[in-house]
Ligand binder design. Sequence first.
Ligand code: ADP
Ligand code: MG
Length: 266
Amino acid sequence: DREWPRPDHCRVVTIANQKGGVGKTTSSVNLAASLAMHGAQVLVVDLDPQGNASTALGVEHHAEVPSIYEVLIEDMPLDDIVVPAPEIPNLYCAPATLNLAGAEIELVSKVARESRLRRALDAYDTNKFDYVLIDCPPSLGLLTVNALVGGDELLIPIQCEYYALEGLGQLIRTVDLVKAHLNQKLRVSTILLTMYDARTRLAAQVAEDVRSHFGDVVLNTVIPRSVRVSEAPSYGQSVMTYDPGSSGALAYSEAAYEMAHGGAVQ
Ligand code: ADP
Ligand code: MG
């Protein structure tokens, strides 16, 4: 069996791309599940009002559930909202409810509006985790900015399709602004190519472009398009438990293995 090293401090990894449907949530959930299944303690922070990550982890997130909204807006401690994901030991979730949809506006008038997640994480004992993965909504608004200020690392999922690189410039400019003013530590540590369709020349071309542009932060593992991956959330599961032998589960496991080694493994 291969070794899955555990980091010597908690790695806070923000998973962002303002484009919707590129695999942010799917990657957050399945990378987290895979790392947890290999012995790491992992927390997924769901920062999308849709709560798709909470759903996929089998965690309740109706309006009465204390959620990341209360943390960001009402200063509730993270400790009061974090719950275990029922399917997988070592895996935890800070759920999102639809209330969070209002947070984007409510944050505007709050003190330290960009740093509220960072403050909540600092006040929380994150060192009981090896990884905190933050799943972002599809925008560059204050919720995503909070995730960029709260994280040490940024993982960008890129879907292998025609417009893949469009908008990345804007994301990188936002990252540079956050770095300059709010979070010096932030770095783009990982790029993950998702929904790869090996039958198309276009997917190969996009992958090549991304690799020549971003170099060795791009993981060698590419996530294939797989029906099992898209089915899993409706069963409140990651694909790692829903169908562990599927091509999607195997690929996410490989990607998580690379992450555990700090980046692309040859
Ligand atoms: P985002 O969080 O960036 O909006 P999602 O992770 O929700 O994107 O993915 C968008 C849609 O694509 C979802 O319906 C998801 O189930 C599906 N999907 C994601 N990754 C794959 C994959 N590797 N194969 C097939 N479907 C996928
Ligand atoms: Mg999502």
